[in-house]
Design a protein around this ligand. Sequence first.
Ligand SMILES: C[C@H](N)C(=O)N[C@@H](Cc1c[nH]cn1)C(=O)O
Ligand SMILES: [Zn+2]
Ligand SMILES: [Zn+2]
Length: 514
Amino acid sequence: MFLLKHSRLVSRTLSVQLIQPSYFRIQMSTVSTTNPKFQKIFKKVDELKPDFIQVLAEAVEIPAVSADESLRPMVIKKAHFLVDKLKQLGFEDIQLKELGVQPPPVNDPKLQLPPVVLSRYGNDPSKKTVLVYGHYDVQPASIEDGWDSEPFKLVVDEEKQLLKARGSTDDTGPLTGWLHVVRAHQEAGIELPVNLLTCFEGMEESGSLGLEKLIGQEADKYFKDVDAVCISDNYWLGTKKPVLTYGLRGCNYYQVTINGPGADLHSGIFGGVIAEPMVDLVQVLSSLVDSKGKILIKGIDEMVAPVTEKEMKLYEDIDFSLEELEEASGSKTALYEKKEDILMHRWRFPSLSVHGVEGAFSSQGAKTVIPAKVSGKFSIRTVPDMDSAKLTKLVIDHCNSVFEKLGSPNTIHAELIHDGNYWVSDPFNAQFTAAAKATKEVYGVDPDFTREGGSIPITLTFEEQLKTSVLLLPMGRGDDGAHSINEKLDISNFIGGIKTMVAYLHYYAESPEN
Ligand SMILES: C[C@H](N)C(=O)N[C@@H](Cc1c[nH]cn1)C(=O)O
Ligand SMILES: [Zn+2]
Ligand SMILES: [Zn+2]
């Protein structure tokens, strides 16, 4: 349980690719309101839709991939892009907080972390202060991965009514949504009901390195008046029903490197006569998890909090099905059939995923090489009550012990690259109540209360350091393809999400509680 604090533009150059010829023929959003309180501002949000899409188009064009060292200047460029937009909107006290050099493992030991963008809109002591967090970095993407279009060029698909680009749903679309909330208020001539602070980071997809320290340093400074934190960086569970989210899994990311010969070698000359790092690595990787998703590292199951009867009842009421999972994954490869099993394995049990191998041959064709050094990448999604340090010891000991049994002359080095905490909160508070009313206002249904299988490493830090509640208010849907190819955000979710943000701020401002 957390403690609550007690206190009270746009460039006109089109840079989008259109599936249909007319950019301005995008249908009006179907989501609306009957409440006179929101009619004017929701109408303004609808009217500004082309401008909002244009800002998204400009933003996603910057390939801000935090995992790619060579693209670090682009991540920094995107921070400056946001600063320009914030200035245009009249945000004040805009600060680019530098976080120093990136800690190892890193190729360039002088690599600077991207800055955190802090800013403020309004400073009225009679109003509540809401801190909104988002991340402007994105996952890697390239057309060769199988995208239908260039990933860093926004496609406005009028037929399907969606916006396609890397970052559209994770998290550039939702992040820019907060800026649009301010613009809509300005143009509708309506005062923003709260003071708004922003904290936009550029390393979330790479473990939020450096941010935890900054939050601690600014807790009594920049963030001293914060009453509530709102994060829009996750998704509805399915495609139809809006949700509010009160839990996240954590993520411990590991790398296991096998080092062998001095250079990559010809397999015809050296095959069969030297020990191959790739052969050792696949054995280590295959010892981690089985094909049913069971983690094979001893001691992990014992750390997981037991399922309670009260908790089991929660899953029954959630609107979700195996069919929705199959639809979102584009396959019939689910490990579980029952809704309850799927939800528990996404939300409250750990999972281990093997992501890839650095240094191995991975292109088309038939290169006959023996790679000299290979690093396997895998991560474990963590849940209550797992302890990150204990987990890391179990993982590293396991890798070393499996490798030792191989009797290989090669060497192994297993290490943690980053870890981020899991988070589970109590959704019965003023923020969640305001967001539930806002959701009903926009979408006409009560939201489901869900947990999220993904991770947002900084969430727990906000709750603990700022002593406020945190609300996760997702914009996109479960089939958006975040981290995948053809990532998209439905236009109705973009516009509905902005309206939900607007209504949430108003309802929260009116709430007698913090
Ligand atoms: C849920 C959020 N939009 C997200 O995608 N988070 C990432 C965070 C992460 C952690 N390690 C690396 N990235 C995720 O859940 O993978
Ligand atoms: Zn992500
Ligand atoms: Zn994200």
